[in-house]
Design a protein. Sequence first.
Length: 119
Amino acid sequence: MFIIDLKQCEEFIAGDNSVLRELLHPDKADLKLGYSLAHAVIKPGITSLPHKLDASEVYYILQGEGLMHIDDAEAKIFPGQAVYIPPKAKQFIQNTGETDLIFLCIVDPAWRVEYEEIL
């Protein structure tokens, strides 16, 4: 059995400028996973940097509100919503609220630094 608490995960600034804590990754504790799962935070008034991933990604919004940008489309996002981001799509997210925008990031196949291009 593998259980991890968010507080046990090291916080770092991702390439897109979001604050991440990686919860699950196949390289972590020799887990048999094909995907990775991270907890992300964007502070009020902040926008992540435009970037592309070679992998598909899903954001699941936990708290806050914002604008999701995928290629030439944009949409308001709120807690309880899941956003699918296709591989190689230009993406960034903007916190338009007054509290932290908190969401989960699921990347399949698992995120690797070489899979990400900051634009």
